[in-house]
Design a protein around this ligand. Structure first.
Ligand code: ATP
Length: 621
């Protein structure tokens, strides 16, 4: 590594190491045998017919290559030496026949091998994406999304190339070597041993190179994962980057990751590039030995010129498959390291699964109960401690309390994004742990604190999760969410595309679309995590009205920092450090003069207007 790059590389190096520490993708490579067996069983055997066709074609290529030295031998002996006119006529025809056969077989083998490679890539990508979609949130959050993207694209590409090269290597190059070396033995075994004298040394050298190659390629993977992470992070946070004038630093950080990727790629490439010349140099030695000993036998009369020419042709033809086999080792190792990472994702078994005998949740009233629940995102830090909460049926309740008190965590647990460490949560008397995950999630509609929209039309975003909804139903939901008017004011109305993560809309507009999505889902439980934080007072009042109208027949849990939003709630629960410290109606709580009254005083002691402005700006950033 150059001094300059080492220095550049160091700028953010420690941070990279730190985020990688508990990385899901930091796995040691599996043994080659294990990976190859699994690839054969899961991906190659189901494509038996293509594999057979490919091997048949490769065998034909190898056999026709093996025939060339014999052809050379006969051409030299019969045409050049014996001057046989008959041979002059049929030998060219034989050459045309063999080379045409070889060309056709090469075509079939190349197309079928390519098809197999593409199918393997497609299958692995599908399996990996599915595994990521079904993985537990806690597991996904351990690794930066950039690394998953990098593995999804880069690792699976490396597996495709390793699988292709291995299949061709085993099917074609090994067969070619067998045919050529067999032919050479048949022509002259002593000469064959002389020509192959350098091979053991070559393989020993290649083995040493291989280990270096695996080390460098693992670092290349890590660095490209960082690179993807930095680029996606800087682009999705571009407003913050600009607002804080960090363009230069972000550019440096990416440049440093690029520098490290180049360094490690070059290390890997140097090792890979060395494997060809090593075989080439040693096969040069073999050819020299064959020329010397074969030439001596020719001069002394114990070998015909044709035999000599045929043997030299075979030795030269042997070079290409031998070189390919030498490189196969390194490519295979890189593919195995990549496959180990991909399998780590594919093999992940989500912890949040349907328990044996789990039944679908039947929601009749929507009464929710937390019974001594303890939970922490990490085992060391509990966010909820012996948390108990009783939400009566079809009530509109509010969760308030200081930031970090655990309010959103309560919603996360109702949705089974995470499982409690102890205690139980039940809905209408059915423990969530004994119901199916999908039915528990279907019981609720969620509006998150930071609404996420897909880069699609407004209509598609509203009907996400309710795909069969008609345009009328979508519009009705948007009307309830006070979104219809601003949607209609847009050039394409409901067909307006909202841009990446909805960045062509304001924070308040995104919030209302997300609210319309929850309304359309028509679930018996509505979970609202700060649903009005980015709205102006008029929109908030309208939304509150809509909420009052629609919540009569469902349970609503609303988290809100602005206490004006929760005044009308049937019950207000005040949370602090993972516990409920107070509960009751707004007026009763004020009278109590406890935690709620203090919160209320803090808010209404300060001017509400600037606070609202701040919230809106923060939400947009
Ligand atoms: P706010 O009002 O600011 O949204 P909150 O009361 O909703 O806060 P939670 O989001 O439930 O608080 O977070 C409670 C605690 O759990 C916080 O200390 C937070 O740092 C931690 N926490 C939240 N999500 C995660 C996570 N995915 N991984 C680790 N810790 C988390």
């Amino acid at each position: 590594m150059s001094k300059k790059t080492t220095l550049r590389g160091r700028v953010f190096h420690d941070q990279n190491e730190a985020t990688r520490a508990d990385d899901t993708l930091s796995v040691a490579p599996l043994p080659v045998r294990v990976v190859v067996k699994r690839m054969v069983r899961e991906h190659l055997l189901p494509m038996k017919s293509y594999l057979l066709m490919s091997f048949a074609a490769m065998a034909a290529v190898a056999a026709t290559t093996g025939a060339l030295p014999f052809l050379m031998q006969r051409i030299s002996d019969e045409i050049v030496v014996a001057k046989n006119m008959n041979s002059l006529y049929y030998m060219p025809l034989l050459v045309i026949f063999i080379t045409s056969l070889k060309a056709a077989a090469e075509y079939v083998s190349s197309v079928s091998e390519n098809y197999i490679g593409q199918r393997i890539t497609a299958e692995l990508r599908e399996r990996m994406f599915k595994a990521l979609m079904y993985a537990d949130l806690s597991w996904i959050q351990r690794t930066h999304t950039g690394r998953f993207t990098s593995s999804f694209l880069g690792d699976i590409g490396a597996i495709q190339s390793a699988a292709g090269i291995t299949i061709v290597g085993l099917g074609k190059n090994i067969l070619k070597c067998i045919f050529l070396i067999g032919g050479m033995f048949y022509m002259d075994w002593i000469l064959t041993i002389a020509a192959a004298a350098g091979l053991p040394f070559a393989f020993h050298q290649l083995g040493r190179q291989r280990k270096k190659m695996v080390r460098s390629s693992t670092r290349v993977f890590q660095e490209s994962g960082d690179l993807t992470s930095f680029v996606s992070q800087a682009l999705s946070g571009i407003r913050v980057v600009k607002a804080y004038g960090r363009e230069e630093e972000e550019t440096k950080r990416v440049a440093s990751a690029i520098g490290r990727t180049v360094d490690f790629s070059m290390q890997a490439n140097r090792v890979k590039a060395a494997s060809g010349p090593i075989t080439e140099a040693l096969s040069g030695l073999g050819i020299a030995a064959a020329i010397f000993y074969g030439g001596y036998r020719g001069i002394t009369g114990s070998m015909t010129p044709g035999e000599f020419m045929g043997f030299i042709t075979a030795t030269m033809l042997l070079y290409q498959p031998l070189k390919a086999l030498a490189q196969l080792q390194t490519t295979l190792q890189v593919g195995v390291a990549a496959a180990s990472r991909v399998f780590a994702v594919i093999d992940n078994i989500p912890e949040i699964q349907n328990a044996p005998g789990a039944k679908p949740l039947q929601v009749t009233d929507g009464a929710i109960r937390f019974d001594n629940v303890s939970f922490g995102y990490t085992p060391e830090t509990l966010v909820l401690k012996d948390f108990s909460l009783d939400i009566p049926r079809k009530q509109k309740v509010a969760l308030v309390g200081p930031s970090g008190a655990g309010k959103s965590t309560v919603l996360n647990l109702i949705l089974r994004f995470y499982e409690p460490m102890s205690g139980s949560i039940s809905i209408d008397g059915q423990k969530l742990s004994e119901t199916t995950v999908a039915s528990a999630r279907a019981a609720s509609a969620l509006v998150t604190q930071d609404p996420f929209l897909f880069d699609d039309t407004i209509a598609t975003n509203i009907s996400y999760g309710s795909e069969h909804a008609s345009r009328e139903e979508i519009e009705a939901a948007a009307r309830t969410a006070v979104a219809h008017d601003f949607i209609m004011a847009m050039p394409q109305g409901y067909d307006t595309v909202v841009g990446e993560a909805g960045n062509r809309l304001s924070g308040g507009q995104k919030q209302r679309i997300s609210f319309a999505r929850a309304i359309l889902r028509d679930a018996p439980i509505l979970l609202l995590d700060e649903p009005t934080s980015a709205l102006d007072s008029k929109a908030e009042a309208l939304l509150q009205e809509a909420l009052d109208r629609m919540v009569d027949d469902r349970t609503v849990i609303m988290i809100a920092h602005r206490l004006s939003t929760v005044k009308k709630a049937d019950i207000i629960y005040v949370m602090d450090s993972g516990r409920i410290v107070e509960s009751g109606k707004h007026e009763d709580l004020l009278e109590k003069n406890g935690a709620y009254a203090r919160l209320y005083e803090t808010q209404f002691g300060a001017s509400e207007k600037p606070a609202r402005k701040r919230t809106k700006r923060t939400a947009r950033l």
